[in-house]
Write a protein that binds this ligand. Structure first.
Ligand SMILES: [Zn+2]
Length: 416
């Protein structure tokens, strides 16, 4: 009797456990996608406290979202633009995928219904400035703040419940600047770069967008994909990208901000690195020992082997006990300069960065996002006419609040 009830109890636990495992699997989620049994689905929701990790995305920063291998976060910039944003929403709905949208204030102003659709579909909505200027890296900070606040104001105004606006921001063209980031962070807003783009703002085919998205994801194994919901080629490429993600065993993660009722998903600091260092890599990255330059080397007495508490003459201890003789030697050593051990500004990022310095990585990211930038006046003019991932005409018509400043060089120099 006791034995059989134990068996039954074990079986019921097994059924319960299997049920829990099935519920957590993407396949079960796809079943919750009515009419789309083959949907990719959203495998999990990641709750993030924007203040704990204020800058993310390895295209520019040291940290990125704490994703597991084969996890992807989809992001869409520059909308809402009904013609294409609605199609993107339909594609995502048919796959039960939740994404993050970075809207432009002028777009939200022109199409508030588009913002409400994003929220109603359960996506995360952050902002991307008021008019999408590609100059936030060199504009006066008060103008940059007006851009940030305009985007927030018009996007939240379009929402039925403004508290739905997520405190996340992506700088247009990824043209980052310390002052801009500092302002955002001071307001508790998380700065999102990305881990890889698919160049869908460039004049390439939808198939090229698909190829780049998959190739770059495969190269990193996981991460934040940067797309745009205002491009026909993105709409055309998206279904194929999603099908390929499923075929290759990738999972979609939905990121939402932490609130008092919704605590952040517990993570460890190392999970915020794209590829956490192994036991051997920190040694490889350890900085070279600085050269000790003493001004009075001639006065340094050579220690006697006896001072090292040698066990034998052949096998001295690696870490000798300090003897009186050594203490005397130490007293005669000239003191090294106070700044000998000072770490130069910026070198922290260099040491912690995977391969490139933060500034170099930023330059690369800028070049990738705005391919015309920094190639002379003519190309800059060209870039201005056809911005990297320009908002459509009505967004461009919104005039900037202030005229082009003439003291750019000075302000940039001061911050550098
Ligand atoms: Zn953009």
């Amino acid at each position: 009797m006791t034995g059989s009830s134990a068996v039954i109890r074990t079986r019921s636990w097994t059924v319960l456990l299997l049920g829990m495992l099935t519920a957590a699997s993407p396949a079960a989620f796809a079943a919750d996608c009515p009419g789309h049994p083959d949907a990719l689905g959203t495998s999990r929701t990641l709750v993030v406290d924007p203040r704990e990790h204020p800058r993310i995305g390895t295209m520019q920063y040291r940290e990125t979202l704490p994703l597991k291998d084969h996890e992807v976060v989809l992001t869409f910039d520059d909308g809402p633009l009904p013609k294409y944003s609605n199609q993107v929403l339909e594609i995502l709905a048919s796959e039960c995928i939740k994404a993050t949208f970075f809207t432009i204030g002028s777009q939200a102003k022109a199409n508030p219904e588009g913002v409400r659709k994003l929220v109603a579909a359960g996506h995360t909505v952050g902002t991307h400035s008021m008019t999408h200027p590609l100059t936030m890296n060199r504009m006066p900070i008060d103008k940059a703040e007006a851009e940030i606040n305009g985007g927030i104001e018009w996007t939240s105004a379009a929402m039925t419940d403004p508290s739905k606006l997520a405190p996340v921001f992506r700088i247009p063209g990824l043209m980052r600047a310390d002052g801009v980031e500092d302002y955002l962070i001071s307001r508790g807003i998380q700065v999102w770069s990305a881990d890889f783009p698919a160049d869908d703002w460039r004049h390439v085919s939808p198939d090229r967008v698909y190829q780049l998205a998959i190739q770059r994801l495969e190269a990193k194994g996981k991460g934040i994909l940067l797309l745009h919901d205002i491009q026909a080629r993105t709409v055309a490429a998206l279904p194929k990208i999603i099908r390929e993600l499923k075929a290759r065993g990738y999972h979609i993660v939905h990121v939402v901000p932490a609130t008092p009722d919704r605590p952040a998903t517990p993570t460890t600091p190392v999970e915020w690195l794209l590829h956490p260092p192994t036991e051997t890599t920190p040694i490889a990255r350890w900085p070279v020992v600085p050269h000790f330059v003493f001004t009075q080397t001639a006065t340094l007495p050579a220690p006697d082997l006896a001072d090292l508490n040698a066990q034998t003459a052949r096998q001295p201890q690696l870490l000798p006990h300090k003897t009186m003789a050594q203490a005397d030697i130490a007293a005669t050593l000239p003191a090294p300069g106070r700044d000998l051990f000072a770490i130069p500004e910026g070198s922290v990022e260099v040491l912690l960065s995977t391969t490139l310095s933060r500034r170099a990585a930023t330059r690369l990211a800028m070049a990738a996002e705005a391919p015309h930038a920094g190639k002379g006046k003519a190309s800059r003019m060209q870039a201005r006419r056809t911005p990297a991932h320009a908002a459509p005409a009505h967004a461009a018509q919104v005039k900037s609040a202030a005229p082009r400043p003439t003291r750019l060089a000075t302000s940039v120099k001061k911050r550098a």
